[in-house]
Ligand binder design. Structure first.
Ligand code: CMC
Length: 392
């Protein structure tokens, strides 16, 4: 009834009220529950940030110990769920493998189906935080044809994930603390970003009162796209493409400016940030350090820096307020940590998981939530009469 506001892409539509994450796109500010991302990146860790996003406050020592222990207790997968991984082709992309596996969790935990059963929502929250890293590591192991490892619950979440991904059964695996720290930082930076495409998807699916596993699985699929989480892999493909064609950054930038079909400067631009992306700033500061430490310099990093420099002084990008976003440098870091390009977006999903959960829980408990159901501007035919097949 009344007027319908036409807002493709929801550029100006507030679809939820939320107390989780604050962004000021013009000033380049990002805060989780009021805490600046810069402080969290420097002083906190991913488990603590997950707790903060989901429960609203930084945990006390006792709360953190309890939360960590609960997660450690749920890292194992049901043995039958492991069989699931053999059903996919070996070269399957790990993102749809992960979203399918998360969707399958609601078949193993049928107590999760009622979104208003608070103790079970709490249990599903812990199960997701604990099992998604295991599922992600298994998706990797299957893609490289290696045996699966059981979680080692004496390890922290990130360390356990690294061991299950890169370790071998019956062989000791030493987690490199520099690698674990870098990954933990990247997870913090990805942990939430208010109403982005995947989080909006999680809320929309959840608004139909679908359970948490089903909603998160939908969010993972939304994240897969190259304009969203898939950008981290697309950036690396782009940098390798430039390198393989002789490293001519200027001519690539010209192709972007000429809007050659399918050629964008991946890792640049953001719907909300029109000045700079504070996450990119933090990552850039650490990229040099991490890449120096782990990989001993990187030709692709040099191309990325040159690309950034060229774009930032070019009118096309300046006029459109296009700056490097979080994904511009992350791919290089993931690569230096030993992950294949196909796996980058899975790492984004691991980081974004607590944000999705926090939003789903906020949505389900908000008395103002209604089923998400946009309207449309109809542009099709007016009424016409059916014609028999011989008359068409
Ligand atoms: N390269 C070249 N031109 C661009 C780019 C880019 N990366 N991004 C935007 N533009 C141009 C766009 O063509 C348009 O030009 P014009 O006004 O001449 O038509 C103008 O800038 C405005 O862009 P838009 O497409 O209206 O902006 P949007 O808010 O709809 O899209 C975006 C935001 C992030 C999807 C887009 O900037 C983009 O496609 N970037 C590349 C993909 C990427 O890096 N995505 C990661 C985003 S951050 C993390 C995440 O969400 O996962």
């Amino acid at each position: 009834t009344g007027y319908i506001t036409y807002d493709p892409g929801f550029v100006n539509t507030g679809a939820a009220s939320s107390a989780i994450t604050y962004i000021d796109g013009d000033a380049g500010i990002l805060r989780y529950r009021g805490y600046p991302i810069e402080q969290l990146a420097e002083k906190s860790n991913f488990i603590e940030v997950s707790y903060l996003l989901i429960y609203g406050e930084l945990p006390t020592e006792a709360q953190l110990a309890d939360f960590t222990e609960k997660i450690q207790r749920h890292t194992l997968l049901h043995e039958d769920l492991k069989a699931f991984f053999s059903g996919f082709p070996r070269d399957a992309h790990p993102m749809p493998v992960l979203s399918s596996a998360v969707s399958a969790l609601s078949t193993f935990y049928q107590d999760s189906l009622n979104p208003f059963d608070e103790p079970n929502v709490e249990l599903s929250t812990i199960r997701l935080l604990a099992k998604v890293p295991t599922l992600a590591a298994y998706a990797y192991k299957k893609s490289v044809g290696q045996p699966l490892l059981y979680p080692d619950n004496s390890l922290g979440l990130v360390e356990n994930f690294l061991r299950m991904t890169f370790g071998f059964p019956a062989e000791p695996y030493e987690v490199d603390p520099a690698v674990a720290k870098a990954l933990d930082l990247l997870f913090i930076l990805h942990a939430d970003h208010e109403q982005n495409c995947s989080t909006s998807t999680v809320r929309l699916v959840g608004s139909s009162e679908a359970n948490l596993f089903a909603s998160i699985s939908a969010g993972i699929n939304a994240l897969f796209g190259p304009l969203h989480g898939g950008a981290n892999a697309a950036v690396l493909d782009m940098l390798e493409g430039i390198r393989d064609e002789g490293g001519d950054v200027a001519s690539f930038v010209n192709r972007v400016k000429n809007k050659e079909q399918g050629v964008k400067l991946m890792g640049f631009g953001h719907r909300v940030y029109k000045n700079y992306d504070p996450r990119a700033k933090i990552i850039k500061n650490t990229a040099d350090e991490i890449l120096g430490k782990i990989a001993g310099g990187d030709q692709l990093l040099d191309i990325a820096k040159k690309l950034e420099e060229t774009a930032l002084s070019d009118d096309y990008f300046v006029e459109r307020k296009l700056y490097p976003n979080v994904d511009f440098y992350t791919g290089l870091i993931y690569r230096a940590l030993g992950f294949p390009t196909k796996f980058f977006t899975v790492l984004f999903a691991l980081g974004r998981l607590p944000g999705w959960i926090a939003h789903w829980r906020e949505m389900i408990n908000d008395p103002q939530t209604k089923i998400g159901r946009p309207r449309q501007i109809y542009t099709g035919h007016a009424s016409r009469d059916y014609k028999g097949i011989s008359e068409r």
